[in-house]
Ligand binder design. Structure first.
Ligand SMILES: C[S@@+](CC[C@H](N)C(=O)[O-])C[C@H]1O[C@@H](n2cnc3c(N)ncnc32)[C@H](O)[C@@H]1O
Length: 206
């Protein structure tokens, strides 16, 4: 294969994605090596959920996105050790990735678990979830595709839930509750200690 082939941009032995062009939608089928459905874990952290889910669903592709290099490397190393070739990891800011790097209607399911809550009012603008992000999410999900959201920060939860309920492009569905082996690191810490807000919705078909 020539150097210009996007598939070559995955480092040998690595499951990380290095986009051939950071301004263009990723050639996801080429990067995964197949056209199976893709599930996205946005802010995947150390990847406990992503790895468990990918191991249990080998016929589905999983894309983990996180902006912290250390975490992305950790997920990459663990996924390779577990031989999970249905995982790819991308180090990138979540809004940018959803808006510019995910092709339209490419994601079957998006998981956003325990995103940074930025609790101080003057920092709310740093939150991932807002109306602009809803547009990006709507564009990236396939019609009928689902978002699952969970957080221990109840004011942030109320805000996200209100945004979703007010948006006619989305329809509420049963919230996702992970099995114990699929709990994220943050979920494992908070479960039983504090209330966890969960909501899920699906992108309505046009
Ligand atoms: C609180 S941790 C939760 C990690 C994991 N989802 C869990 O539940 O254990 C938030 C993660 O999201 C990442 N993150 C925060 N803001 C982000 C953004 N705008 N884009 C991509 N990743 C982000 C952080 O680096 C961190 O790994």
């Amino acid at each position: 294969m020539s150097d210009s082939s996007p598939a070559q941009r995955i480092l040998p032995q690595s499951l990380r994605i290095f986009p051939p062009d950071w301004t263009q939608p990723l050639p996801l089928a080429e990067l995964f090596g197949n056209a199976r459905p893709i599930e996205l874990d946005l802010g995947c952290g150390k990847g406990r959920f992503l790895l468990a889910r990918a191991a249990a669903h080998r016929d589905v592709n999983f894309l983990g996105v996180d902006r912290m290099l250390r975490r992305v490397r950790k997920v990459d190393n663990k996924a390779r050790r577990l031989d999970l070739d249905n995982i790819r990891v991308l180090r990138m800011e979540g809004y940018y990735a959803t808006t510019y790097l995910l092709p339209p209607a490419s994601i079957q399911t998006c998981y956003i678990f325990f995103p940074d809550p930025w609790p101080k009012a003057r920092h709310h603008e740093h939150r991932l979830f807002n109306e602009r992000f809803m547009d990006a999410l709507h564009r990236a999900l396939v019609p009928g595709g689902v978002l699952h959201f969970a957080t221990d920060h109840l004011p942030y939860f109320a805000e996200v839930r209100a945004l979703l309920l007010a948006d006619p492009r989305f329809e509420p569905v049963e919230p996702f509750v992970p099995t114990p082996d699929e709990q994220t690191d943050f979920e494992r810490y908070y479960v039983g200690r504090t209330e966890i807000g969960r909501c899920s919705c699906c992108r309505r078909a046009p």
